[in-house]
Design a protein around this ligand. Structure first.
Ligand SMILES: [Zn+2]
Length: 358
């Protein structure tokens, strides 16, 4: 299917809005592109909410050399789209997501073959669009040439696949037209839930990914009063199912997905005994979050929306860590990469804050 430039831009906006609506995108972690011709695709811009986009904001990218419209900044993950169009001349739409359950599955680093065997009886029709295999890449640091090479290699090895997992990161979904591609994103999440629940022996219903935030916590906790700078920040306790389940294990939560490494670093400590206020304050300052055994996690951020996003990312990471432990000894993201991830994020975050004040 080919789209005119304006149609392609419209499809990018509408698919992006739908990702949000369906709960398949947290914050701005997700990007969408549509091919216009053999050598061109259009993609969502860097770090903007899909709800406020107009056609003028969508960025044109040249598939041959990666150059793009002057004066516009494409999504920071546009290279993932570029390598996908290069490897898959048969597709016209690409969606890159950090969708919760598929991302959790990616941490296992295994390709899922013959996926039909995971489908519960009587439910075959709608998911057959996924084909037979969901391949996975090797782990590579996000945004690097090595990551793009791993993605290109995985597509070449699986030219029929329409969904690919990027280890410890997310998924790429491609298709011939916009509506179908968006449908595949949804089916990937559905299939991922079936695979997940068969490994962890959990009820599929428990894989709901929804807000479970308690009241604003800052007025209740002594650390907020003792650490005045915290009063300017937003804090929540998340009692979402996997954070509570994981906190109950009494173990620290290691980073299994890049999102968490960026927001919290390699480890979020689990406070198992009586809460030591100054220790908690230090953890929140350094890592923005802390688990409280049996209760879930406290998350702090600069704004309410960021605090909520942080809780969602931690829930997704807890889901991944829980799966990794049940499956076998699947290691988290290597510490040096998690630290790099965090350093890189803090640098780009402070740059964004500076830019927004200009
Ligand atoms: Zn990504």
């Amino acid at each position: 299917m080919t789209y005119s430039l304006e149609e392609a831009k419209f499809q990018v906006r509408s698919m992006g809005q739908n990702l949000k609506k369906e709960g398949l995108m947290v914050g701005s972690w997700g990007n969408v592109s549509v091919r216009v011709d053999e050598n061109t695709f259009v993609i969502s811009p860097s770090g903007t909410s899909f709800n406020s986009l107009s056609n003028e904001d969508i960025v044109r990218v040249n598939i041959k050399d990666g150059s793009h419209d002057a004066g516009k900044v494409p999504s920071s993950e546009y290279l993932i789209h570029l390598i996908t169009y290069k490897s898959r001349p048969d597709v016209s739409c690409v969606i890159h997501t950090h969708q919760p359950v598929a991302t959790a599955l990616s941490t296992l680093g295994v390709s899922f073959n013959d996926i039909k065997r995971y489908i519960p009886e009587g439910m075959t029709r709608d998911v057959t669009i996924l084909g037979n295999t969901i391949p996975v890449t090797s782990y590579q640091f996000p945004g690097t040439k090595d990551m793009m090479k791993a993605i290109g290699k995985a597509w070449k090895k699986n030219p029929e696949a329409c969904a690919l997992l990027i280890k410890n990161h997310g998924a790429i979904i491609c298709g011939e037209e916009a509506r179908e591609t968006f449908y595949i994103v949804k089916m990937l999440e559905k299939m991922s839930k079936w695979i997940y629940s068969s490994i962890v022996e959990i009820d599929e219903e428990d894989l709901k990914f929804e807000d479970a935030f308690e009241t604003k916590y800052r007025d209740k906790l002594k650390w907020a009063k003792d650490n005045k700078e915290m009063l300017d920040k937003y804090s929540f306790v998340s009692r979402s199912p996997f954070l509570v389940r994981y906190s109950n294990l009494g173990m620290d939560l290691e980073a299994y997905i890049d999102d968490m490494a960026q927001l919290c670093g390699g480890v979020v400590v689990n406070l198992t005994g009586k809460i030591n206020q100054s220790f908690l304050a230090k953890q929140l300052k350094d890592n923005s979050a802390c688990l409280l055994k049996g209760k879930g996690a406290v998350c702090v951020a600069e704004s309410e929306i960021e605090a909520r996003n942080l809780c969602m990312v931690l829930e997704k990471n807890a889901m991944a860590a829980y799966l990794a432990k049940k499956y076998g000894n699947i290691p988290p993201i290597p510490e040096k990469y998690a630290k790099e991830d965090r350093k890189f994020y803090l640098k780009s975050y402070s740059q964004r804050v500076k830019d927004s004040k200009k």
